[in-house]
Design a protein around this ligand. Structure first.
Ligand SMILES: Cc1cc2nc3c(=O)[nH]c(=O)nc-3n(C[C@H](O)[C@H](O)[C@H](O)COP(=O)(O)OP(=O)(O)OC[C@H]3O[C@@H](n4cnc5c(N)ncnc54)[C@H](O)[C@@H]3O)c2cc1C
Length: 492
């Protein structure tokens, strides 16, 4: 029997270090497929910027696949229907893909595809590409496993595969554009897409831009230049985490510059965080929707158990960058206009929404997910909860926007760039009285964390999700944050 492999591309838009593509070489014929799913386009995290970047990555991927004889079909529709159409029309025998740690809709989609594959006897094989472990029992030994996975030899790109009979790399249908998909472009300038661009960004970072990384990453003025800016490429899989890890270790070994090696080491440890946070969503898919610490339900309006609805006016002011807090508004405006913001300022935006405005994290999190070009569900929802204080185990951090401004934009250059009207009569008054609102929420949280059942729950959460190794997000006390309490350390 002729074996026919469909290589199902999802968040792995590259040809190097790609296990499903390499495995296709063991089958007689191969075809690449990317499915633009209506569930994705309709999902509350999806923004036109994500669709535009994906289409541009597909263009690059199609060329790379053509060079090894594999046509790429881009289909629009429900995954099971598309796959079944290909099976019944072309006799697909194998479905090869990477595992995905996604949001609710893609999790449901994967379960439906699994049922379909079993019913119609298509062999669906999946590989991990991130160091996230499926069906993990507990976190013991996780960091060591991650290290071994990342140090393993990369998967070779196959030389030439044979396309499905009747398919040619020379006659491929046009890649749809946003209009054809019914998506309204929002005109933000996107970074160059695709695998070659990802490699170039990595190279540029490791050979020069990384110098000063540790210090520069905190300020929104210096971070855009000195952070790696690899996050969209990792989120869409234009480069694998293993490629980044191995290039990073080589750069540390090979550089003659001690200062550069020091900065690149700081970057290197963050690569593990990427997978550490994704593992949390993999282990507990519900953290996308509800508090990790259920004892914190009802803490803020809008969480489904609090008697009050979310304050829509506050939410709108935050989303539109008109809270009357210049640093907050500048960050939000930069993010919406460019699709990227550095870690500290992301954390400040969430802290402000949660502690100053009293908003439950879900709605603000959806807004941020749409703005971040690098939206990665596992990191995103874990960080949303961590920065809102609903994990039950992390040090509670409340960022003061004025102190952040003093420390990271001392001349006011950044705020002037994004909020030119600040300091004039045209700029709104602060939306809340900072001292008053923070006093109330701190009292609530202090009270909560003292309760015995809350502490017991925290221990169970620590066991399930906590890291067993240092080197994960540091628990430094800094003057620009209010550290409320730290009963369990900061290893979430
Ligand atoms: C509320 C909130 C939401 C976030 N949502 C996302 C998201 O959806 N997608 C995303 O990639 N990152 C997210 N982050 C983490 C972090 O802000 C970004 O990874 C980083 O700013 C991306 O820029 P970079 O690639 O230049 O980072 P660099 O500093 O150059 O780091 C390199 C890579 O390390 C990983 N990394 C760095 N910091 C972290 C971190 N704190 N946690 C996990 N991984 C990290 C990322 O893969 C990043 O691309 C979020 C942070 C917060 C506070």
């Amino acid at each position: 029997m002729t074996t026919k492999a469909l290589i199902w591309f999802k968040r792995d838009l590259r040809v190097s270090d790609h296990a499903p593509l390499a495995h296709a070489a063991t089958c007689d014929e191969a075809l690449g497929i990317f499915i633009i799913e209506p569930q994705w386009l309709a999902s509350p995290e999806c923004d036109p910027r994500h669709v535009a970047f994906t289409l541009a990555c597909l263009d690059a991927l199609r060329n790379d696949l053509a060079s090894i004889g594999v046509p790429l079909l881009i289909a629009v529709g429900d995954a099971v229907e598309v796959l079944e159409g290909l099976r019944s029309g072309h006799g697909v025998t194998h479905l090869l893909s990477h595992e995905e740690t996604g949001t609710g809709w893609s999790y449901a989609r994967d379960r439906a595809v699994r049922r379909w594959a079993q019913q119609v006897h298509v062999a669906w094989q999946e590989w991990s590409q991130t160091g996230v472990v499926r069906r993990l029992q507990d976190r013991r030994g996780w960091a060591g496993r991650w290290q071994r996975f990342m140090d393993k030899a990369m998967v070779d790109k196959p030389n030439q595969l044979r396309a499905f009979a009747g398919w040619s790399v020379r006659e491929q249908a046009q890649i749809p554009d946003l209009q054809m998909l019914g998506v309204q472009p929002n005109g933000i300038a996107l970074p160059e897409a695709g695998e070659a661009a990802a490699r170039e960004v990595l190279r540029g970072f490791l050979t020069g831009r990384a110098l000063g990384y540790r210090k520069a990453m905190s300020s929104p003025l210096s971070a855009p230049e000195h952070c790696s800016r690899l996050s969209p490429y990792l989120a869409f899989g234009c480069i694998s985490m293993r490629q980044v890890h191995q290039a990073t270790e080589a750069a540390i070994r090979d550089t003659a510059l001690r200062e550069l090696a020091y900065d690149v080491r700081g970057f290197s440890s963050r690569l593990r965080w990427h997978c550490h946070f994704m593992q949390k969503l993999e282990d507990e898919p519900q953290i996308e929707f509800r508090n990790v610490a259920r004892s914190h339900d009802g803490l803020r309006a809008g969480d489904g158990t609090h008697p009050d609805a979310l304050d829509q006016e506050r939410l709108a002011a935050w989303k539109e960058g008109r809270t009357g807090f210049p640093m907050v508004d500048a960050c939000m405006r930069q993010l919406c206009a460019t699709g990227w913001l550095n870690f500290r300022m992301r954390a400040m935006l969430v802290s402000f929404a949660s502690y100053h405005l009293g908003l439950h994290w879900r709605e603000p999190g959806l807004h941020l997910a749409r703005q971040f070009l690098d939206f990665e569900p596992g990191i995103h929802w874990s960080q949303m909860q961590m920065q809102s204080g609903t994990t039950g185990i992390n040090t509670l951090r409340i960022y003061s926007p004025s102190r952040q401004q003093k420390e990271h934009d001392p001349t006011g250059e950044y705020v002037r760039r994004w909020v030119p009207e600040s300091g004039t009569a045209a700029y709104p008054q602060p939306i809340v009285d900072e001292a008053q609102v923070l006093g109330a929420i701190k009292a609530k949280l202090y009270g909560l964390r003292k309760q015995e059942p809350v502490r017991a729950e925290a221990s169970a959460i620590q066991l399930k999700h906590g890291s067993r190794r240092s080197g994960l997000p540091p628990a430094k006390k800094r003057s620009s944050k209010t550290v409320v309490s730290s009963p369990q350390g900061e290893l979430f």
